[in-house]
Design a protein around this ligand. Structure first.
Ligand SMILES: Nc1ncnc2c1ncn2[C@@H]1O[C@H](COP(=O)(O)OP(=O)(O)OP(=O)(O)O)[C@@H](O)[C@H]1O
Ligand SMILES: [Mg+2]
Length: 348
């Protein structure tokens, strides 16, 4: 459980600190006061990434040189300093130089409006989703992914240099390396999608919700290997690696139809929520840890009746932090944090 958060120059939050005392926390406040930024900061501390931008330096408050987050969870202190040149990480005051040694210590699952792109967006959004989740629970996956990216870059550089009449020996060696490490990623992604699918299948009987996922590799492994061994000319001609796990995707089916083209806005929201709940279970299975669930503005989109159902459906085991621009009734079992325009914060 996250017990304390401290932020400096994190977006509009210049100096912000809060203690979390209950498993259910609601961050309430007007538009633009920094609710999403607090959730972003928690996500950032767990993953070293932002859920809403790939331009991490955007997080740093305007005119400031760095952003800082400190988070205490289960007696562990995590700290990150972000500057335009990069980031440094500490756990319990010891600097962790390799990001791969830093991440995966505690787990979060975020649901934010951006996540609807998981269904509506392109394949890269879904690949990013698979990668982010898998790398948080598997160091082997993270290593494989980094190696794959490095070899792919090397291969693409070579493709720009050589011509069709050249000797392919070096290209073939690189291709073989790409394939070997690519297969690790392929297998892990395939397994991940299958395992999430199992978790989604119960919805059919309990809620008459028929949601299923299908891994869609760009090519299967045999086709890919064959391509690498026989179609070098094509890649040289186009100066880029046409085939590989960097083109993977997965399909989300709702009642047997592709949700991307068929599901309504509300249904897409529902599917993504269920996907995230399935993810919580999956993380538990693989890490024996209960991930913290971060819900950005999810409740504002639901009517009161649905809000109640949703909150009841959430497992009581997880710490849940919700942001909302709407007023939510206070109750004994939730902690409410009201953010005000003056960046002044008080907890009720
Ligand atoms: N780098 C930055 N430096 C300073 N302020 C920033 C920076 N990036 C964003 N902001 C501002 O921070 C404020 C808080 O944004 P945030 O998205 O956290 O608000 P919010 O409370 O979630 O609002 P909403 O209810 O509209 O979702 C916004 O006014 C935004 O313009
Ligand atoms: Mg927001």
């Amino acid at each position: 459980m996250i017990e304390q958060i401290e932020l400096k120059n994190f977006r509009n939050l210049e100096n912000y600190s809060i203690k979390l005392q209950k498993p259910l926390v609601i961050i309430e406040g007007l538009n633009g006061v920094g609710k999403t930024s607090i959730l972003e900061a928690i996500y950032f501390t767990a993953t070293t990434k932002s859920h809403r931008t790939s331009q991490e330096k955007d997080i740093i408050q305007y005119q400031k040189e760095f952003a800082f987050v400190k988070l205490k969870q289960n007696q562990q202190i995590h700290e990150i300093v972000l500057t335009p040149n990069g980031k440094r990480t500490w756990i319990n005051k010891h600097e962790i130089r390799k990001i791969s040694d830093y991440i995966g210590k505690f787990h979060v699952v975020m649901f934010s409006p951006e996540d609807l792109m998981l269904i509506k967006g392109g394949p890269s959004e879904r690949r990013y989703f698979m990668d982010m989740e898998l790398m948080q629970v598997s160091k082997e996956y993270l290593r494989a992914l980094n190696t794959y990216k490095r070899i792919l870059k090397q291969r693409n550089l070579l493709l720009k240099k050589i011509s069709i009449d050249d000797d392919y020996t070096f290209l073939n060696i690189i291709s073989e390396q790409l394939y070997q490490v690519g297969c690790i990623i392929y297998d892990e992604r395939e397994k991940f999608i299958q395992q999430l699918n199992l978790k989604l299948s119960h919805l059919k009987t309990t809620y008459q919700l028929d949601i299923s996922l299908h891994y869609e590799p760009h090519m299967n492994k045999d086709q890919w290997l064959k391509y690498l061994k026989t179609k070098q000319k094509q890649d040289i001609l186009h100066q880029t690696s046409y085939a590989g796990i960097h083109k993977d995707d997965f399909k989300v089916l709702y009642n047997g139809l592709n949700a991307k083209d068929n599901a309504s806005q509300g249904t897409i929201r529902l599917i993504v929520i269920e996907l995230k709940l399935a993810l919580l279970e999956w993380i538990k299975e693989h890490t024996q840890q209960d991930a913290v669930l971060l819900l950005d503005d999810v409740l504002s989109e639901l009517d009161l009746e649905r809000q109640k159902i949703f909150l009841e459906k959430l497992s009581k085991k997880h710490q849940i932090i919700i942001s909302s621009a709407l007023h939510i009734e206070s109750s004994a079992d939730l902690q409410k944090i009201v953010l005000t325009k003056e960046k002044d914060v008080y907890a009720k």
